[in-house]
Each structure stands twice: as C-alpha cells, then as structure tokens.
Design a protein around this ligand. Structure first.
Ligand SMILES: [Zn+2]
Ligand SMILES: [Zn+2]
Ligand SMILES: [Zn+2]
Length: 345
C-alpha cells in the first residue's frame, strides 16, 4: 500500500489513521483520489478539506470506530464505498464482537483499496444482481455457516477474527499462513472469476489451459480433497495444497497470492525499499523502481519482489516470528499470476 501524508504538516500517515500523530489534525481517507484528506476541526465543525476545497463527512461507521473513509458532504449515502458492501455486521450487543468486527473491517478496507487500484468496479449486491456484499457471521448451533463465496455474497466467520481460534484452525489445516486479508483476497477471487473469466469465452479457454477444467463436479472434488488430504505433489504446480482441490480453488489461491505480491511490491515501491546484499550474493538484488499497478511486465514485478520477501523473511526469523511470505512461487504459479496480471493491469 501507498504511504499517506498529512496535508497540514507532511507527517506520514497509516491508511487507518483518523488523526495526525504530529499535528493532531483530523484525517480521513478519500477513495476517489486515493489520498488522505486533512481537516482542521478547531476551525470548522464540518470537514472542509484543505487540499481540494470540498466539504466532506465521515462514513457512518466512523461512529463505531471501524471506518475512516470520507463521503462528499452532499452525497445521499450514509456509508462509504467499502461499508456500503456490508449486508450483515456482527451483533454489537456482544461486547467482544466489536473488536472482531474492527479487525474484519481493517482487512476489508485494505482489500477494497487494492481492488480500486486496479480500477475494478465494485457494485453493491444490494443495488445490483452482479454486485458484491459481505456477511460477517457468528457460528450458530445447528446452522452450517462457513467462510466462503456464493454468487457475490462473501461470508466471513467472526471466529476468524479471533487470533487464537485462527491459529488453531491454521494448525488443524496444516497451513503455513492464515490471515483475514488472505481470506478476503481468496473469497473475492471467486467473485471476480464469475465476473472476469466466466463471462468471456476466450479468457475462459486460457483459464482452462492453466488451471484445468472447472466443469468437474465441485462437491465431489472437495470430498476427495478432504478424504485423501489433497495432492501431495502439489509444490511443483500449485501455490498451496488447497489449490489442488478444484480449478476454482486454484484460481482463488493464485489470485490471493497475486494480490499479496502486488501489495507488498507497492509498499516496497513507496518506501523505496532496496535489497543489495554484500558481495558474493549475486542475483539477490531487488529494488522496486515503479508502481506495480502501472507496470504491464509482471516478470519485472516478481523479479524485484522476491529478493525483498527473502530479506523480510530473514528479518522475521531474526525476531523468531513466522516468515512474512512462507511460500515458493514455482514456474506454473508464475504463469497463473501473469495471466491474472494481464487481465487486471
Ligand atoms: Zn499533521
Ligand atoms: Zn465506511
Ligand atoms: Zn475458495
């Protein structure tokens, strides 16, 4: 993600900030211009942006401290682009749910930022049949609720926002990595398969050449995956074992990893991160000199990103914490990611 900046004092801001740590001005995210707007609330009860002379108000979910996105003052909407996609939010009468919801919103807002960077149009399911919406649901006795996607509805189990339960699930599933942003990226991949692949016969043909034929029965493929523990030879052709279960899951996994790589590379670009190991380690140099969202050549993106991830993993190991990116991108996965890049950029 980009680095944002206070419009008053120039101090760097995180995407989630609601005020500048340095000058205390109110800040909010403007998703039309992809910038943070800065406001002097001691001067003005309304939010009057110092950069573009427009009046704004915060998304209604700012009342719950789960959103810092702005809406133009004259807009008829109460909720921002990201929050207007919520169909079901957690029951806030349960005190622990607010904390979980905040974690879900943080990941979801980052997802929407990224989809907007690709210029993807994200209509709300509540307004259009081919739109997208989110249900954040708690497990209920006797009801089979699962994290997943179905026809534009992304369900995320509230328990995934509990770090202890998530770690437990990660170990049970023998996964190297399990995060909320990972769930969002994976599930929205299914949504965009319906929108970008299924609707275009030529793209669908290219998809089948890379991922396999998705017309194989999904339910029996998943049953086979859970019965047999998946294809043990996955690491030469897939990004994860779960990706072997069905071409749709391979797509969603590859898509999620593609989004991981693009976000990491964008962050590295904005921070000017550079890896230049001492003599004798040739081929491990990485320096992202361009914004990956403006770069057609995905080879160039990956070549600069891999040494940075290797260095980041090494730093984490210095601190005794898990690798940032505990995966190896093989040639088959690279071809799948290039296909996605070609569609999106
Ligand atoms: Zn400031
Ligand atoms: Zn919002
Ligand atoms: Zn999936």
């Amino acid at each position: 993600m980009k680095i944002f900046q206070c419009g008053n004092c120039g101090h760097p801001l995180f995407f989630e900030n609601t005020f500048c740590e340095n000058c205390n001005h109110t800040v909010g995210y403007n998703d039309i211009q992809l910038i943070m707007n800065t406001f002097d609330q001691s001067q003005d009860a309304q939010l009057y942006a110092d950069r573009d002379n427009k009046h704004y108000r915060f998304c209604k979910n700012k009342e719950h401290d789960v959103c810092n996105w702005l809406i133009e003052a004259e807009s008829p909407n109460d909720y921002c682009t990201a929050c207007s996609l919520n169909r079901t939010i957690p029951n806030l009468s349960n005190k622990t749910n607010h904390e979980k919801w905040l974690k879900l919103e943080t990941a979801k807002h980052r997802l929407i930022y990224q989809l907007q960077r690709f210029g993807l149009d994200i209509p709300s399911k509540m307004a259009s049949d081919n739109g997208l919406c989110f249900d954040f649901l708690a497990k209920q006795e006797g009801v089979n609720v699962m994290t997943g996607h179905s026809n534009g509805v992304i369900t995320i189990l509230l328990s995934e926002a509990d770090s202890v339960l998530r770690e437990q699930m990660r170990r049970e599933m023998s996964e190297p990595y399990r995060t909320l942003i990972g769930h969002f990226r994976h599930e929205v991949g299914h949504y965009f398969w319906d929108r970008l692949i299924a609707t275009n016969p030529q793209t669908l043909e290219r998809f089948r050449a890379l991922f396999g034929d998705e017309r194989m029965d999904y339910a029996s493929a998943m049953q086979l995956y859970y019965d047999t523990g998946g294809n043990q030879q996955w690491s030469d052709y897939f990004i994860s074992k779960y990706a072997t279960s069905h071409p749709w899951e391979d797509w969603a996994e590859s898509w999620a990893h593609y989004l991981h790589i693009m976000d990491v590379t964008e962050t590295a670009y904005y921070f000017g991160l550079k890896v230049a190991p001492i003599k004798g380690f040739s081929g491990m140099e990485g320096h992202v000199r361009y914004d990956p969202y403006d770069t057609k050549d995905f080879n160039a993106v990956i070549e600069e990103c891999i040494p940075l991830l290797f260095a980041a993993n090494a730093i984490n190991r210095s601190m005794g914490i898990p690798d940032v990116y505990p995966f190896v991108i093989n040639q088959a996965v690279l071809s799948k990611m290039k296909f996605i890049h070609e569609i999106l950029v």
